[in-house]
Design a protein around this ligand. Structure first.
Ligand code: NDP
Ligand code: 8X3
Length: 256
């Protein structure tokens, strides 16, 4: 059954992992989709797949969330049929490196701060005015267990996800008078391209991250995001922390 009545959802970072799985689930449930990411070929392949499988209308926007000019030129003047975004999923994000703070690479720090914090703000600032004008909308920020606690060598990544937590709480207060819901979905270890990116293409290290236990899948998170997005108008889910059963917190994973 179509539960959405052709709402428009904008998903950042839809070329992989959680964003891609969410795109498929929202398409399956009758949403129109704006999907974004830097890898154009992947956006196009996904758009074709969504059209073929679900007859979904998709707008693909190829930009880097760190670049304010690119964000503005893609999102500030959306075509009239696409501008009434009712759901924004701020998902684009990454970890770069896993080093003790004294050994941290300054470029990695900038990449994480610019993507996870500034990128989320740049995208939101383009979409909030229309939501405010419409006096309705929903923003779901993808946080992390790393935004709830700090772990060894997680330093700057943890800081960016703590920032997402603070921004989410603050957005909820500021947008309250405008009828806009604000939520966060915060996963523990989910097997996506996350570790491949963190370890800069080192497939062995990426694989080891998820060895000996069942991590979350991107689909687990997509289902959670969809559930948060599909509550009735009078219900907002402020925050969900979703973990693999085998992971108690960032430092306790039960591996076989
Ligand atoms: P993936 O690496 O599989 O996906 C990340 C997505 O973000 C890609 O689509 C990528 O697209 C996009 N992205 C990254 N940098 C940029 C950029 N500068 N501009 C535009 N898009 C960008 O990882 P996940 O699916 O796991 O990550 C999604 C979110 O979930 C992130 O915010 C991450 O921090 C969070 N998270 C992940 C967890 C995990 O264990 N996997 C746990 C908790 C939270 P492209 O490269 O094409 O630009
Ligand atoms: C990703 C989860 O624990 O690898 O946000 O930082 S963790």
């Amino acid at each position: 059954m179509n539960r959405s009545d052709k709402k428009i959802v904008l998903i950042t970072g839809a070329t992989s992992g959680i964003g891609q799985a969410s795109a498929k689930l929202f398409a399956q449930n009758g949403y129109q989709l704006i999907i974004t990411g830097r890898r154009k070929d992947r956006l196009e392949t996904l758009s074709e797949e969504l059209k073929k499988n679900y007859n979904t209308q998709t707008l693909t926007l190829n930009f880097d969330v760190r670049d304010k000019k690119q964000v503005d030129s893609n999102l500030k003047n959306l075509p009239p049929t696409w501008k009434n975004v009712s759901l924004l999923i701020n998902n684009a994000g990454l970890a770069a490196g896993l080093s003790e703070i004294q050994d941290g690479d300054n470029e990695d720090w900038e990449t994480m701060i610019d993507t996870n914090v500034k990128g989320l703000l740049y995208v939101s600032s383009c979409i909030m005015p229309t939501m405010i004008k419409n006096q309705s909308g929903h923003i779901i920020n993808i946080g992390s267990i790393a935004g709830k606690e700090a772990y060894a060598r997680g330093n700057v990544y943890c800081a960016t996800k703590h920032a997402v937590e603070a921004i989410t709480k603050s957005m909820r207060i500021d947008l309250l008078p405008h009828g806009i819901k604000v939520s966060s979905v915060c996963p523990g270890a989910a097997e996506t391209e996350f570790s491949l990116v963190r370890f800069k293409g080192d497939t062995k290290k990426a694989k080891q991250t998820y060895q000996g236990f069942d991590p979350l899948t991107p689909e687990d998170i997509a289902e959670t995001i969809f559930w948060v997005a599909s509550r009735p108008p009078h219900v907002n889910i402020n925050d969900i922390l979703i973990m693999p059963t085998a992971q108690a917190n960032t430092s306790h994973i039960l591996r076989k």
